[in-house]
Design a protein around this ligand. Structure first.
Ligand code: AMP
Ligand code: ZN
Length: 468
């Protein structure tokens, strides 16, 4: 089956192919580096990572640009309050963001670009928009006149006709039902940092930043533009207005938007205070792989409710897969293959691909994997498994993990000390004596998650560290 995505622009599921030379030119809106990102933000970035990996697995090359928004109202306010330069202030959070991405195993975009390194390009674009009468200046700020772009509203599917003239706005976000002329260039307020330029001193608005950097690196028409649903309006609508007014070409062929990570029915967000950073969860002892799994487990177009139970279930799901893998690697199987089981593996692998081809339906892809693991485990119990089946099963798990990337433990073996292992084994032995087999199994699985394999022998429990 061919790869298909839901396109916010057409409101339809469409078959996806890049326009040119088998390369996907993709732009995604990156973080505003004024603070640590929360795991709601990382839901969107995890979706983008799965998207990258599946595009590559589908045989395409990637040219992906992600921006770092390192100038905006909040950044300026905080930097000024802390008597720091913008650069010093944003450096901390840019570094933290990249560290968090690495912890969650999110691949780096081919190009990571900073807004403040492209001020001249933005000024040039604003001048060109001005030359075509798309702008006006008021109190030293330059605004985009949206009445000059009749298609305004085509992405968010709002009908703004009759409402395109007049009001203007300096902030980057406003009400969904409201069309406003937005700032391309903002005049500095007292005490704020600014750039001198041909259009006067000031700083760029958020929207122009993305249009300019996307076109500079990827050309006038992108294959994919993606971000969270909160960016559809006004941010992406404004990006389209600016970009298409500049080039006369469609700005992006596919627009993909991830739904929110929710907490008790509300969007996880800084302003509501209902958020956790990745660091908060790691401090509470959760493994990055479990967080990654949870964020990836729901299809990106469904909102996902964050709960600690969900996080625990994710850790259990990963343990099941790791145990299955360990069993494949360590059990002895007779030579040869069982053909019906081979067919079962091929069917599961196909179902996995079909699900991801279907607008990245990660929930179905995971279901295909777990149903297979259940069947394979019972085939092993009943002695049907052969060496050839184990090899095929490991290969399928490898395909799964090249996308989901959760099987490798984060805690490298060696980080848990021998004494700690002995203590945990003693705890397990005591649990077994008390006939608390659930606890005993839990200890064994946790140790396995940390790369420690237990073996029950006549002379007691032996353990070894898993190689790799
Ligand atoms: P920001 O740093 O605010 O520009 O946001 C970075 C990315 O996180 C954007 O693509 C947002 O759409 C996305 N985002 C923000 N909050 C959430 C949330 N609760 N769930 C999913 N994505 C979010
Ligand atoms: Zn953007």
């Amino acid at each position: 089956m061919a790869l298909r995505f839901y396109n916010t622009l057409s409101q339809r599921v469409e078959e996806f192919l890049p326009a040119r030379d088998n390369t996907v030119r993709m732009y995604t809106c990156g973080p505003t580096v004024y603070d640590y990102a929360h795991i709601g933000n990382f839901r969107t970035f995890t979706f983008l990572d799965i998207l990258r990996k599946w595009l590559r697995a589908s045989g395409f090359r990637l040219d992906h640009v992600m921006n770092i928004t390192d100038v905006d109202d909040k950044i300026i306010r905080n930097a000024v309050a802390q008597h720091k330069t913008l650069g010093d202030y944003t450096e901390t959070y840019t570094k933290a963001f990249l560290e968090d991405c690495a912890t969650l195993r999110l691949e780096r975009a081919e190009r990571l670009v900073r807004a403040t390194a492209h001020i001249d390009d933005m000024v040039g674009a604003i001048e060109r928009l001005g030359a075509r009468d798309h702008t006006y200046t008021s109190d030293g700020s330059v605004y985009f006149r949206i009445s000059t772009f009749p298609e305004y509203g085509k992405l968010s599917h709002n009908d703004f006709s009759g409402n395109l003239a007049g009001a203007r706005v300096d902030v980057d976000e406003y009400e969904k039902a409201d069309a406003r002329d937005f700032a391309l260039w903002k005049a500095p307020k007292e005490g704020e940092p600014f750039w001198p330029s041909a259009i006067g001193p000031g700083r760029p608005g958020w929207h122009i930043e993305c249009s300019v950097m996307a076109i500079k690196y990827l050309g006038e028409t992108l294959d994919i533009h993606a971000g969270g649903v909160d960016l559809i309006f006004p941010h992406h609508e404004n990006e389209i207005a600016q970009s298409e007014s500049l080039t006369g070409k469609p700005f992006a062929r596919f627009w993909l938007h991830a739904e929110f990570l929710m907490v008790e029915g509300q969007k996880m967000s800084k302003s509501l205070g209902n958020y956790y950073t990745l660091r908060d969860l790691l401090d509470r002892g959760y493994q990055p792989e479990a967080i990654r799994y949870l964020l990836a487990s729901a299809p990106y177009r469904k909102s996902l409710n964050f709960t600690f139970d969900g996080l625990k279930s994710s850790a259990i799901a990963i343990d099941r897969l790791r145990n299955f893998k360990l069993r494949l690697e360590t059990d002895q199987y007779p030579e040869g293959v069982d053909e019906p089981l081979m067919a079962r593996t091929a069917q599961a692998s196909q179902a996995f691909s079909d699900s991801l081809d279907d607008d990245l339906n990660t929930a179905e892809a995971l279901a295909a994997v777990f149903e297979y693991v259940r069947d394979a485990n019972s085939a092993m119990d009943s002695g049907e498994f052969r060496a050839g089946n184990a090899a095929a099963a490991l290969q399928f798990l490898g395909r799964f993990d090249s996308i989901f990337d959760v099987l490798r433990p984060t805690v490298a073996s060696g980080e848990i000390s021998d004494t700690e292992i002995d203590r945990r084994i003693a705890e397990r032995t005591a649990a077994k004596k008390a006939r608390n087999f659930a606890l005993a199994d839990q200890v064994r699985d946790q140790l396995l998650g940390q790369g420690i394999i237990l073996e029950d022998t006549k002379s007691g429990v032996r353990w070894k560290r898993k190689s790799s």
